[in-house]
Design a binder for this molecule. Structure first.
Ligand code: NI
Length: 96
């Protein structure tokens, strides 16, 4: 997997986990819009309402590693996103 991920053009699969406050003005719209705009890279997402303020979202991404990382960084940088972690793996084709 490490070998696969050393190539920026390699197809990778990743989960982006974010925790955010849905009361932050405009954030829910922004998250929704970016996921619609990147529908070809975003495979699925799971949303958990943690408490009155906080939401957890796990977004599954697939695409070129560099693009996936850039998209992850962009979402992580949205105002109101408290924590973001991107876990990269491969599509498994190069693995036995
Ligand atoms: Ni929620």
């Amino acid at each position: 997997v490490r070998e696969d991920l050393s190539q920026p053009q390699q197809t990778s699969v990743a989960t982006l986990t974010i925790v955010y406050d849905h009361h932050t003005r405009g954030l829910s719209d922004k998250l929704n819009n970016v996921q619609h705009d990147h529908g070809h890279e975003i495979v699925s997402s799971l949303h958990v309402h943690l408490d009155h303020h906080n939401c957890l979202e796990v977004i599954v991404l697939r695409g070129k590693k560099a693009q996936i990382q850039a998209l992850g960084d962009r979402i992580a940088g949205f105002k109101g996103v408290k924590h973001a972690t991107l876990a990269l793996t491969t599509d498994g084709k190069g693995l036995r």
